[in-house]
Design a protein around this ligand. Structure first.
Ligand SMILES: C[S@@+](CC[C@H](N)C(=O)[O-])C[C@H]1O[C@@H](n2cnc3c(N)ncnc32)[C@H](O)[C@@H]1O
Length: 352
């Protein structure tokens, strides 16, 4: 189901000229599969491994740090605590022949060791009452790892209590004609202490359409829609109203292969934090959590192991402030590089 908000984004900004010239295709390919391009972009990144950038306007921080390294994590938090950590680690699933810094498949034990380390670091940075979310996948070609193994690992952390197990349903998926199409993304929700939940954030823009659940009220037979607080359905733990990001959406960031939709991250932030709270994301990638926090008045501390993704994260914030755009659609976040030839781009590609 496409929401109204997403419908308006589909054909936005594509001039007939651009269509004719074939320009409406992503100008930087997936960086996990195009290592050469990633190497070229490194020269244009302002941060090196171990460094942290602090936003002079609102105090957000972006680093090139390792989520599994306690010292790195302390460096970005500097004694501050987060009331909501939303994390999207690599899923330990091989894509093509990629075996890169940020996306490599390792044996399950090593993956669980890595998970144990970064989760411990996240818990250490969480306030007494705080939410913890993690996106994860299950690879059916490899015994559904790592989702169930990660869930069992999480039982070791007494501070975190399970709150929910959310599935985001994609509209498009992958699979063959011989399998059910794979359209799900999993989101685990845990809480520490007595973390507050704002139920208002749970309402979608999907009207209730099912009638029924008749009940006698004051001698009259009433129907559920009449009695309910809202004419819209709640997202519940199966989210069907969030479009996965693709190249025609304004928020798309070319080069990023695992970008989460802003709408999903904003729902999480609005349901579990207040104005001015500190939000953390240990795997920044395209910087979705930073943009969501900026739009909702939260301060965000985020980082990525890869300087290219940290740079994209900072550029995305700068672009948002300058142009009020949440991404680049199919255009390049690195307009100074010609992704086809290697020389300086033609000037009409320069869009901010
Ligand atoms: C699935 S993506 C996150 C997507 C992000 N939620 C978004 O919306 O753009 C995972 C990211 O984690 C980064 N990463 C991998 N290992 C890491 C580590 N040890 N510490 C920090 N970041 C890491 C990768 O470079 C990649 O950008």
């Amino acid at each position: 189901m496409k929401s109204q908000q997403n419908l308006s984004l589909f054909e936005r900004d594509v001039s007939p000229d651009e269509k004719k010239k074939g320009e409406a295709t992503e100008q930087i390919k997936r960086l996990d599969l195009h290592g050469e391009m990633r190497e070229r972009l490194l020269a244009h990144c302002r941060l090196k491994r171990g460094e942290v950038w602090e936003d002079p306007v609102k105090g957000h921080r972006v680093g090139v740090l390792d989520a599994a390294d306690a010292k790195d994590v302390e460096k970005i938090f500097g004694g501050q605590e987060t009331s909501l950590a939303v994390n999207d680690p690599p899923y330990n699933i091989a894509v093509g022949n990629a075996n890169t810094l940020s996306l490599s498949k390792v044996d399950l034990q090593s993956y669980l060791e890595f998970s144990k380390n970064w989760v411990s670091n996240a818990i250490a940075a969480m306030a007494a009452d705080a939410h913890f979310y993690v996106w994860l996948g299950a690879d059916y070609r490899d015994n559904f790892q790592p989702l169930p193994d990660f869930m069992i690992l999480m039982r070791q952390f007494d501070d975190l209590k399970p709150r929910n197990y959310i599935t985001l349903r994609n509209q498009r998926g992958y699979g063959t004609q011989k399998n059910w199409m794979w359209v799900r993304q999993e989101l685990l929700h845990y809480a520490k202490g007595n973390a507050r939940f704002n139920v208002e954030a749970e309402y979608t823009d999907i009207p209730k359409i099912l009638r029924g659940y008749y009940k006698e009220v004051g001698g009259r037979r009433t129907e559920n829609i009449e009695r309910s607080k809202s004419e819209y359905i709640r997202a519940g733990n199966v989210w069907v109203d969030v479009q996965q990001v693709f190249y025609r959406m304004e928020e798309n960031v070319p080069g990023c292969y695992a970008q989460k939709p802003l709408k999903a991250i904003e729902r999480i932030i609005q349901s579990g934090s207040d104005d001015g709270d500190i939000i953390a994301d240990f795997f920044s990638h395209s910087g979705t959590t930073l943009i969501a926090g900026e739009r909702l008045g939260r301060r965000v501390l985020t980082f990525d192991l890869d300087p290219v993704f940290a740079e994209i994260t900072i550029r995305r914030l700068e672009r948002f402030r300058k142009l009020k755009l949440t991404g680049w659609q199919w255009r390049s976040p690195f307009p100074e590089i010609d992704s086809r030839e290697g020389d300086v781009r033609r000037s009409y590609f320069r869009v901010g």
